[in-house]
Ligand binder design. Sequence first.
Ligand code: DSN
Length: 478
Amino acid sequence: MSLNAESTAFRSALEVIRAVEPRVADAIGAELADQRESLKLIASENYASPATLLAMGNWFSDKYAEGTIGRRFYAGCQNVDTVEALAADHAKELFGAAHAYVQPHSGIDANLVAFWAILADRVESPALRKAQVRQVNDLTEADWFALRRELGNQRMLGMSLDAGGHLTHGFRPNISGKMFDQRSYGTDPATGLVDYDKVAEAAREFKPLILVAGYSAYPRKVNFRIMREIADSVGATFMVDMAHFAGLVAGKVFTGDFDPVPHAHIVTTTTHKSLRGPRGGMVLCGPELADQVDRGCPMVLGGPLPHVMAAKAVALAEARRPDFADYAQRIVDNAQALAEGLLRRGAKLVTGGTDNHLVLIDVSGYGLTGRQAEQALLDSGIVTNRNAVPQDPNGAWYTSGIRIGTPALTTRGLGASEMDTTAELMHTVLSQTTPGANADGTPSKAKYVLDPALAETVSKQASDLLSSFPLYPSVDLG
Ligand code: DSN
C-alpha cells in the first residue's frame, strides 16, 4: 500500500468522526502524537500495522454472530464465517495447532474459555455419562446440584504472582481464584528461575486438575516438555498462557521444549502483545478439547467481535511472513542488549538478565519503590510499568520492580545501540531519583524527588532517539 493511501485512509476516517464528535477525533490524533513521542517500554504493548487497525473500523462491528463457523444462532453470518475461518486457519498454520478458536475478546476471556473447556471435559462430561443423559438440562435437580458442587471444587496449580504469574491463573481477586482451589509454585530464591523439582513436588502433593504455565513478568524461558511430564505424572490437564511470548513462538524463537503448542493440552494467548495484532484473545488446542472450546460463546463470552476477528486474520497473515521471524529475534536481541546495558551500569535485574522479550529491574537497588521509579521515568518520557518482584516487600501496589519490554520499540526499528542509550537514560533517571516523604515527615512509597530540569533533558534525549524511528511513518494526519 502506498504511503499516500494509508494517510488518506486515516485522515478521512478522522474527518468523518470529527463531523460528529470532534473531541473524539482530537483524542485519537492526540494518542498518536503521544505514542510517537514516548519511549514505550511496556512489555505487553506494541504497535499494530495500519492494515490491522483499519480492519477493525467497519460494518463487521454491527453483526451478531453467536456460535461458531457455519453454526450460528443468527442468520446472515456468511461474511463473518469467512473472516473467522481465515483467522483460525492462519493461527493453525502459524502455530502448528490442530484447532484455533479466535473469538475471545481478551486474554482473560481466553483463559475462561480454556478453564471451562477443561471443566466440561474432565468433570461435566463424565457426570453426564454417569447419569446417562446428553446434556445438563436432562439432569435431575439432585445430580445438577452435585455437579455444580464438583465443578466448583477443582484444583489449579500455577505460577505465583510475585514470581511473574498472572492474576487469572487462580488468584483470589480474579474470578479464577473464586472458581478454583489454587496453589502456586514460585521460583528459586537464589536464581530466580523455575525449579521444576519443586513444581513436581507441589503437583504430587496438591494433585491439581489443571497445571498452568505462562507468565507476564518472568524474564526467562520455561521448559514446556518438563511441565507436561509433571502434568502427566499427576493426571493434570496442562494449560499454557503464552499471551506475553506468542510472538516469539510465532517467530520460531521459542522452539522445541520452549514451544508450548506441541506440549500443552491447551494454549491461550492475547493477540496484541508480541504477536502485534489487534487487542483480543485466542485459544489453541487438540481435537479432544476442540468442541468444548468452541462453546466459549455463549458459555463465558458475549457475542464475538467480527471486526476484531477480521483484524486478527490480517495480523496473523502478517505474522506468517518471513520477516516476522526476524522481528521476533530482534525483540529478544534488544531485550538482551537492554539488560546488558542496565547491568553494566549497576542495575539489579531479577534472574540477572533475560532470554525473552522482558526485563524486570529490582529498583530497590536504587533505593526506590516501583511506584516511585515508574513515575520518575514517566516524567522523563519513558513509559514503563511497576511490577512486583519475587517475595516483594512492597506488595502488588507499590512494588519493588519495573517491568520493561522491547516488542514496541523493536517494531519502530530501534536496535542494540539504541537499547544501550535507553539503558543509559533509565539509569540516569533512576540513580538521580530519591524517595520522598509524606507531609508528616514519614517515608512515602509513592512520593519521590527528581530535578525537573533533569527530567526535561532526558525527555528531550528520548524524543531525539525516537526521531530517527518514526512511528507509523506512512500516516501523516496533517
Ligand atoms: N495486562 C497484561 C500485562 O501487562 O501483562 C496482562 O494482563
